[in-house]
Design a protein around this ligand. Structure first.
Ligand code: GLU
Length: 262
C-alpha cells in the first residue's frame, strides 16, 4: 500500500494549487491528478450532477489503485464527500473554506468568503459557518464566472478585473479584515486580488492544511511511502493538456501530462 499513489481530483486545474502543497510536503509520494476541465465549472451545477461527477472521478482514481483520495475541490467536498466516505473504503481528504481561522482572528468582526455558488449554498458550508462564525458578520460572494476565465487562461483580462471589482468592492465597503478563498482555483488569482484589496486584509485558503491532513492520515495508517524510488507524478485532463501544463510552473518537467477521454 505504501507505494500506491495519492489520488487527487478537481473540476479542472484549480486543484493543482493543492497538489503543489502536497508534493512539497510529501515529495516521496506518487500522485495521480485528475482534472475534469471538460465539466467545469462544478460550482454552477446541481448537487446531483456534482455528486455524479465526483463518483466518476473517484472510481477512476480507485481503478488506478490510489491509497487515499484528496478531493481538491471545495464544491465537490461540500456536496459529495459524505456520500463518498459512506460508499468507498479508502480515506478521503476534503477541502472547505477556512471560515474558522478567519472568524477566530478577525478584529473588525467582518470576514468575506469568495467561493462557488455550489459551495456557498451547500448544507455543509452553512453548518460550518453557523458553528464557527456565529458572532461574526460573514459576507458571502458567489464567484460566478471566475473559474471559466481561469480555465481559459484569462487571469489577466478586462473581464477578470471587472468581476473581481464587482465581487470585492462590497466586502471592502463592509470593512472585512479576512478574505477566505473557498475555491481551489482562486489561489491563482491572489496577485490580482491584491490589486483590489487594502493591504491590511488577510487572504487565506486551506491548501497547506489539506496537505498536512493528508500527511497525518497517511502516517496514522502507516501508508507513507518510505522507499527511495523516484515517485511518478501523473496528470490527466479531458481538455487541452497545454492549459494544465501552464499551471504546473516549475513542476512541468517532472510531471507526465496526458489527455484522457472521460
Ligand atoms: N476548484 C473549484 C471548483 C470550481 C468549479 O468548478 O466551479 C472549487 O474548489 O470549488
Amino acid at each position: 500500500m505504501k507505494t500506491q499513489p495519492i489520488g487527487i481530483f478537481d473540476s479542472g486545474i484549480g486543484g493543482t494549487s493543492i497538489w503543489k502543497e502536497i508534493h512539497e510536503l510529501l515529495p516521496n509520494e506518487s500522485t495521480i491528478y485528475l482534472a475534469d476541465s471538460k465539466h467545469a465549472p462544478y460550482g454552477e451545477k446541481t448537487q446531483n450532477d456534482i455528486l455524479a461527477l465526483s463518483v466518476k472521478n473517484t472510481e477512476y482514481l480507485l481503478s488506478r489503485g490510489c491509497k487515499i483520495i484528496v478531493v481538491a475541490c471545495n464544491t465537490a467536498t461540500t456536496n459529495a464527500i459524505n456520500y463518498l466516505r459512506e460508499n468507498y473504503h479508502v480515506p478521503f481528504i476534503g477541502i472547505e473554506p477556512a471560515i474558522k481561522p478567519a472568524a477566530l482572528n478577525s478584529s473588525t468582526g467582518v470576514v468575506g468568503v469568495l467561493a462557488t455558488r455550489g459551495t456557498l449554498t451547500s448544507s455543509l458550508f452553512t453548518k460550518t459557518t453557523a458553528l464557527y462564525a456565529k458572532d461574526r458578520k460573514v459576507i458571502e460572494q458567489f464567484g460566478d464566472g471566475l473559474v471559466p476565465l481561469i480555465e481559459a487562461g484569462k487571469i489577466e483580462s478586462p473581464e477578470m478585473d471587472a468581476l473581481l471589482q464587482e465581487y470585492l468592492q462590497p466586502m471592502i465597503a463592509e470593512n472585512i479584515d479576512h478574505l477566505v478563498l473557498g475555491c481551489t482555483h482562486y489561489p491563482y488569482l491572489i496577485p490580482k486580488i491584491k490589486q483590489f484589496l487594502p493591504p491590511s486584509v488577510n487572504i487565506i485558503d486551506s491548501g497547506k492544511a489539506v496537505a498536512k491532513q493528508t500527511q497525518n492520515i497517511l502516517d496514522n495508517l502507516h501508508f507513507l511511502n518510505d522507499t527511495k524510488k523516484r515517485p511518478a507524478l501523473e496528470f490527466y485532463t479531458n481538455t487541452d493538456p497545454d492549459v494544465l501544463e501552464s499551471f504546473l510552473g516549475v513542476y512541468r518537467d517532472v510531471a507526465t501530462i496526458s489527455y484522457l477521454h472521460f
